[in-house]
Design a protein around this ligand. Structure first.
Ligand code: URA
Ligand code: SF4
Length: 186
């Protein structure tokens, strides 16, 4: 564990802890307010993210930005990261050994950000953060409190591209996040 961002970021640049390093153009560390009250956790970089080294800058990210704008969430005020920092080939789901290898970095990010709310975007984020027994279908939209952090599992933005109903539910879940945030911020 690192107690500062500089050392943590440095430790990731040359990471070869799992095989995903062979496929990456850039590490996607994370982006946003390092003291955010709200943190978003996705799955892993896609092609656009791998190219730019930033999370959620492709199609799914654009959809997320639209929801943020509609709900009054400022992307610069939140912190956004992923379960794995390197792009899985063909955007496949990260294997559990890859997620396990990478998870310490994310845990360290959470410790440094100290968010009050964590939005888990999709099944990979949910299972790796809160445990394999959770299913996104059953858990989405329901708050889970653990060690003082409120977790909101919701759909991964990429899932919204194919399903209008999920868009409505995603919107509703983020609205619940905004409402809780309004009540907890000083
Ligand atoms: N999908 C993710 O899970 N994360 C990104 O950063 C982009 C797409
Ligand atoms: Fe290291 Fe994570 Fe990249 Fe694997 S995905 S090589 S653990 S930074």
């Amino acid at each position: 564990m690192y107690d500062n961002w500089e050392d943590l970021e440095k430790s990731i640049i040359n990471c070869k802890k799992c095989n995903l390093y062979t496929n990456r153009t850039n590490i996607v560390f994370g982006q946003g307010n390092k003291n955010a009250d709200i943190m978003f956790i996705g799955e892993g970089p896609g092609a656009d993210e791998d190219r730019q080294g930033m999370p959620f800058v492709g199609k799914a990210g654009k959809l997320m930005n639209t929801a943020f704008e509609g709900l009054g969430i400022n992307r610069e005020e939140v912190y956004i990261a992923n379960i794995v920092k390197c792009r899985p080939p063909n955007n496949r789901t990260p294997e559990s050994d890859e997620a396990t290898a990478c998870l310490d970095y994310l845990r360290n990010q959470v410790i440094l950000v100290k968010p009050k709310i964590i939005v888990l975007l999709g099944s990979t984020a949910l299972k790796n953060i809160l445990g394999n027994e959770h299913s996104i279908t059953a858990s989405r939209g329901k708050w889970i409190e653990k060690k003082g952090i409120y977790y909101m599992p919701t759909w991964h933005p990429a899932a919204l591209l194919k399903d209008e109903n999920k868009k409505i539910e995603f919107w509703r879940d983020l609205k619940a996040v905004v409402e809780r945030y309004e009540t907890i911020k000083n």
